[in-house]
Design a protein around this ligand. Structure first.
Ligand SMILES: [Zn+2]
Length: 411
């Protein structure tokens, strides 16, 4: 009996070690791109013999392919290895405060198809939002003839906290959601592996893998939208705080007894630099004139355009930049990240206009030694980055599992 248990334990340990080694090699090739066996050994710390075995294993499984060779400096050229193209498709969903966006991506995270559904502020009923998500996943698959059941997975980013449990209960006060069993509802119709996480964290992973965070050991990725979130991301793994609310930077207070915030508190950073707050600030200024656009994105784009002529629009953006710089200085003093990345749809609109002023305010308010180590950069993934970030969830799961047979059958 004891011997049987010991044998089972040894098998489990061996299987776990094999999966871990495969995961390290696959993750490096996925995030960093093609590499030789020698480079893989250096990057992962695995021995040359182990790398050789793992690579043979992955080549046999069709997960990795040879991709040319590089000069070895005199000897035989080193063959390069890469993730095999055509691993399958993943869907990424951004449940935002103004719309539900769905993207279909190939295994390399290139966009294949998109769908978008506008939602009004009164339409956040969980059942309705779930139906839009399901319809969107079906629509993007239909656009390019992909079987939704064969997807490598579906990732969903939500503007709130997600309990790491099988039912993935969502707490999103901004949507009026408390203990919403979103995964349970979606699983009735979506049969591919499903992953749900906070939208700032999924965005953070996308910027680290494919955007402005590449090559950085530790970055804070700020999601500027109607509200404001942030994810502290280390390497390719988002940091999950003990309370799973690591991304609620927008609700740190920067003005005592300040502006009321949607969360119920006052003086939160979001109440000064969220897109809604910036537009409200502009409208409250005496010399402002009504905006033509009626939607949030259109309104902010119009405000940014007007700011180039100075006046109330410029003053509103200057004030937002000052508050954002103070918020970033607080982050820098507490976390000392290597980079702070301004991402999200509002970040994409605002960064070209306010980045120098944000950097200046952060420099004036952060401790000099901490500020000297940080770079404040615009995001590189544009306005649909949250859907892309959500799509990284099933890919991350696939890499962590060391690749899975499901990926091969989904080609
Ligand atoms: Zn708040």
């Amino acid at each position: 009996m004891t011997q049987a248990i010991r044998q089972t334990t040894t098998q489990t340990t061996t299987r776990g070690l094999r999966r871990h080694n495969r995961s390290m090699v696959l993750s490096h090739l996925y995030v960093e791109g093609p590499a030789s066996r020698l480079e893989l050994a250096r990057a992962t710390g695995l021995s040359a013999a182990t790398i050789s075995n793992v690579v043979t294993d992955l080549l046999d499984d069709g997960l990795v392919a040879e991709a040319g060779s590089v000069d070895s400096g005199g000897g035989r050229p080193h063959k390069l290895l890469a993730i095999r193209p055509g691993l399958g498709h993943v869907a990424g969903v951004d449940i935002g405060e103004t719309c539900v966006k769905v993207g279909l991506f190939d295994g390399a995270l290139s966009t294949v198809a998109t769908a978008s559904y506008a939602i009004g502020s009164e339409e956040f009923e969980p059942g309705l939002v779930a139906r839009l998500v399901i319809a969107g996943v079906r629509e993007v698959c239909q656009q390019v003839g992909v079987d939704p059941h064969g997807l490598l997975g579906v990732g969903v980013g939500v503007p709130g906290a997600v309990e790491p449990s099988p039912s993935s209960l969502v707490h999103a006060p901004i949507l009026g959601w408390s203990d919403v069993p979103l995964a349970e509802t979606l699983r009735r119709e979506i049969h591919a592996p499903l992953h749900i996480d906070n939208c700032a964290r999924t965005l953070g992973q996308a910027e680290m893998w494919r955007g402005a965070g590449r090559g950085s050991g530790q970055a804070v990725v700020a999601l500027l939208g109607a509200g404001l979130g942030a994810a502290l991301t280390t390497g390719s793994n988002p940091f999950h705080g003990a309370s799973n609310m690591a991304s609620e930077w927008g609700h740190t207070v920067i003005v005592v007894r300040g502006q009321p915030c949607r969360c119920g508190s006052r003086g939160c950073l979001e109440a000064y630099v969220g897109a809604e707050a910036i537009l409200a600030d502009y409208r409250s200024r005496r010399s402002s004139t009504p905006l033509v656009a009626t939607d949030l994105e259109g309104g902010l784009a119009e405000l940014v355009a007007r700011s180039r002529d100075g006046g109330a629009a410029r003053d509103a953006l200057d004030d937002a930049a000052e508050y954002l710089g103070v918020g970033i200085a607080n982050l820098v003093n507490v976390l000392s990240p290597e980079r702070v990345i301004l991402s999200g749809w509002a970040g994409a609109l605002l960064a070209p206009e306010i980045l120098p002023a944000v950097r200046d305010a952060a420099r004036r308010h952060a401790l000099p030694h901490a500020y000297a180590k940080v770079k404040i950069e615009p995001g590189q993934l544009g306005r649909d980055a949250v859907a892309l970030g959500a799509a990284t969830l099933p890919i991350a799961d696939f890499l962590a599992a060391g690749g899975s047979p499901r990926a091969i059958s989904a080609c």
